[in-house]
Ligand binder design. Sequence first.
Ligand SMILES: Nc1nc2c(ncn2[C@@H]2O[C@H](COP(=O)(O)OP(=O)(O)O)[C@@H](O)[C@H]2O)c(=O)[nH]1
Ligand SMILES: [Mg+2]
Length: 383
Amino acid sequence: MRWFSGKVTPYVFMTAGIILVIMSIQTFFTISHTTSTQEVMSPMSDNAPMKACFVVLVRNSELDGIATTIREIESTFNSKFDYPYVFLNDEEFTSEFIETTSALTKSVTKYGKVDNQMWGYPNYINQTYAAECRSQLQQQGIPYGDSESYRHMCRFQSGFFFRHPMLDEYDYYWRIEPYVNYYCDIDYDVFKYMRNNGKKYGFTIAFREYMATVPTLWQTVMNFRKENPEVASRWPTKKDSLINFVSDNNGDSYNGCHFWTNFEIASLELWRSNDYLKLFSYLDQQGGFFYERWGDAPVHSIAASLMLRKDEFHFFNDIGYRHTAYTHCPREPEFRDKCSCDPASDMGNVKISIMKNMLRLLTLLIDYNDPINCFAEFKKALN
Ligand SMILES: Nc1nc2c(ncn2[C@@H]2O[C@H](COP(=O)(O)OP(=O)(O)O)[C@@H](O)[C@H]2O)c(=O)[nH]1
Ligand SMILES: [Mg+2]
């Protein structure tokens, strides 16, 4: 019997070992199969789906212009990624607008109206005084100086679009406009890029503001910061922030630099944060959207530069883009077969310095002592 057990014991252990190995292999295949078929992913995994959309504030009369934009967005990016479009308007969209735009994409399209609270005068605004201010700005030759609707638009884009109920379900947005061009094929998901790399604000063009439109904006933001130390204490230190993008003198005054918000790929959480909502509400109370002509671009840019860390910004060099006379076209050789734009048209290219000088002459009345392109300031502020 002892002989028997002595001979058999190793075989028992070996058999048990083989059974265990077979069971673990089976378990391994079961788990990997479940993962691939059910797409079990942690929220932060690279491929987890994104809650993101295009956001388009547009008028019915700009149907042709938005149709061009959508065609280019679809062909360069969205036919591959299928993100929905949210169209917003201060009036009802016409059935022609809805039919035409929805036919341009296989993705979901939604159409929303902006209410009077988001697009209109707050009751504390003195509309007679606002009209006087508009005519003064017009006399100075400032673009949109006398436009009432432009001011409602800038206030809406500064403080309300991200609170429109149609955007509630999203975390990131890409703002698009009518009559712009998108030139380069984008083969990766830009929203996933933003999330997976901890980016909160993406841009293509940085530009200088007409200072006559924002004479008191910087000081108002500084007053807010002083009066709300608990908010400011949550913001990054000067060194970690992008303050040197918006100020040449360590925060004493605004240098006019801003990201062009007609293109934005950004986090909605940034604007929905209590800190930004408090800041916006403070700015709104001061009346500068109506008594001056505060643009959403300087408002977003100053706020983001103070509230975000430098590493949360992203320059989308690979997205060739034109708005009005200004184009960003990537100049590196690897983009030549991806982009249909001419790098010679890029804002930073010396070949268009003549045009820049002409523009500066045309805008001589405006505070344009510095070059109009603020990309150098962005690069500098990153260091
Ligand atoms: N629905 C609506 N959209 C507007 C109005 N004013 C401007 N927009 C939109 O707001 C965005 C910015 O306006 P735009 O005229 O292009 O301003 P600019 O880019 O600063 O010259 C564009 O998408 C316009 O279609 C308006 O009164 N109603
Ligand atoms: Mg525009």
